[in-house]
Design a protein around this ligand. Sequence first.
Ligand code: TIU
Length: 219
Amino acid sequence: MATIHADPFDLDFDPSSTALLIIDMQRDFVLPGGFGEALGNDTSLLLAAVEPTQRVLEEAREKGMFVIHTREGHRPDLSDVPKAKLTRGGQTFIGTEGPMGRILVRGELGHDIIQQLYPRPGEPVIDKPGKGSFHATDLQQILLDRGIKTLIVCGVTLEVCVHTTVREANDRGYECVVLSDCVASYFPEFQRVGLEMIKAQGAIFGWVATSDDFIAAIA
Ligand code: TIU
C-alpha cells in the first residue's frame, strides 16, 4: 500500500490496483490550429501541464503502473457526432480541414497525442466520442479486467473532459486523484475553481494532489 498526500485528506491506495489516466493530450487541444483554437481559446495555457505530466508518466512507467490514454474524436464519416455537437452555436469545426488535418477526426495529425506523452505499446488508448471517457467506450471493461480501484488523473481540459471523466468514474466507485499541475484549462479561473469543486465537501467526487505528491507516494 501507499499513501498520497492530497486534499482534502491523504488517501491510501494500492499501486497495483491503480491506473494513471491521461486525458486528451492531443494536438487538437494543446496546439494552435486545432479544435481548441477554433473555439476561440489561447491553447498556450494548456502547455503548462505537459512537463509535470511527463515526469508523472515517466515515474509511473518505471514503477510498472498501468497507464491509459484517451483521445476525443470522431470517425472520418462523422457518423458518431451528435448533430448538437457538430453544429453547436450554428458553427461547425469538427471534420473541417485545418493545418493539422481534419479537426477532431481519428487518424489525423491533430487528433493524435503529443509526442512528449506518446503512448507506448501495452498502454491502452481509449478513443471516445464525448467528453467523458466512459461514454461509448470500453474503459470500464478494461479497468474491471485489471482490477483497478484508484485513478490518478492528468490531462485537458480540467473543467470539460477531466471533470466529466472524474465524475463518471466516481459514480462507478473509483477513487480519483486529480494532479493539479498536470491538468489545465483555457480559463485560469476555471483551473482554480475546477480543482476546488472536486475536493470540496470532504472529497465529494475526488482528491487533489500535485505531481510531486504522486511521485513521492510511489517512490
Ligand atoms: N473545449 C474544451 O475545453 N474541451 C474539450 O472540448 N474537450 C476536452 O476537454 N478534452
